[in-house]
Design a protein around this ligand. Structure first.
Ligand code: SF4
Length: 321
């Protein structure tokens, strides 16, 4: 868990759950999967056993784990910040236990001041899933008083008291959390189409919702997403990054501007191409000398000042911070 992050659209990451499993081709170069062995070597025992070395490289084993040691961190942060939850997992993964999700809701609810206004924090939490249906089902479980009560009983057993009453009673909880943004990852048109109706249902129920179009692996027609609260855009980074074309990113930015959707371009991608402006991409083989003027240098991938003005957009959703 870290208060610091290199993810430019947030201020801090909070990882009470670690471990995941690949969902689609979008996950092919999952940074969390690839990075877990290094974290084990650094002595972070919570990552132990989450991945294994295979002939094809590092792969998730499918284990997921709750990390109690970091669970209460957001309550200790007095300065309001954007907090990305579970950068090393997916809250809607089937290996994540419902009671872990309930604990996360519990912390977010406390930071909203539901239990005790004096403990309210101005944080804005951000969740990102690759499993939109799973997250919809979880929010529906929480919104159903009987299902919620059963869950909280399971969590607290006979330790009933103030927290039990607070969590299990609909009186204290709106169906949606005002300090949480629900995000879905999509990388191409097929994934966007598959997620749209699910995300619209969450929006209709009062949630603030966003999309992370990263890694952008194909063009997307965003028609039908005009109700979004936020769109984050980026090409893939890393040594095996897949191609990303300028026009995909620029079209998404233009659509967001036309429809009043706040938009944040995170990065261009390490295999970015923009032939009209002399950027060849995708990555050239090491043994083929690249035409020097056609290479995009690493800093330019993430530094907006190096981009054309049509991509230099870094807005945040309207909200608390
Ligand atoms: S859903 Fe996210 S964390 Fe899980 S494998 Fe895919 S990219 Fe990695």
């Amino acid at each position: 868990m870290s208060d610091k992050t290199r993810i430019s659209w947030t201020d801090a990451t909070w990882n009470p759950i670690v471990g995941c499993k690949r969902v689609t081709h979008r996950c092919q170069h999952c940074y969390a999967e690839r990075g877990a062995p290094r974290l084990v070597r650094l002595g972070l025992a919570q990552y132990d056993g989450l991945t294994r070395e295979t002939r094809d490289g590092v792969r998730w084993t499918g284990k997921a784990r709750w990390v109690e040691a970091v669970a209460g961190k957001p309550l200790g942060w007095r300065k309001a910040r954007r907090i990305f939850i579970n950068a090393q997992s997916d809250i809607a993964y089937a290996g994540v236990k419902p009671r872990w999700r309930a604990r996360i809701w519990w912390i977010i609810g406390q930071c909203a001041g539901f239990l005790d206004p004096s403990r309210a924090r101005g944080h804005e939490f951000q969740i990102l899933t690759g499993r939109p249906q799973g997250l919809l089902e979880w929010t529906e479980t929480w919104a159903d008083p009987a299902a919620r009560r059963a869950l909280v009983e399971n969590l607290y057993g006979d330790g009933r008291g103030e927290v039990y009453d607070w969590m299990s009673s609909p009186k204290y909880w709106p169906d949606e959390l005002p300090n949480l943004l629900l995000g879905v990852s999509v990388c191409d048109q097929a994934e966007a189409d598959a997620a749209r109706e699910t995300w619209k249902r969450l929006k209709d129920r009062g949630w603030r919702v966003w999309v992370s179009y990263e890694p952008a692996l194909g063009p997307v027609d965003w028609t039908g997403w005009e109700w979004l609260d936020w769109l984050v855009i980026g090409g893939e980074s890393g040594p095996d990054a897949r191609p990303c074309e300028r026009v995909w990113l620029a079209d998404a930015v233009a659509w967001a501007a036309q429809n009043g959707v706040p938009c944040f371009v995170k990065q261009l991608g390490d295999a970015y191409s923009d032939p009209a402006n002399g950027v060849a991409g995708p990555r050239l083989k090491v043994d083929s000398p690249p035409p020097p003027t056609l290479r995009l240098d690493r800093a330019a991938v993430t530094d907006p000042t190096a981009w054309g003005p049509e991509l230099r957009v870094r807005e945040f959703p309207k909200g608390r911070i």
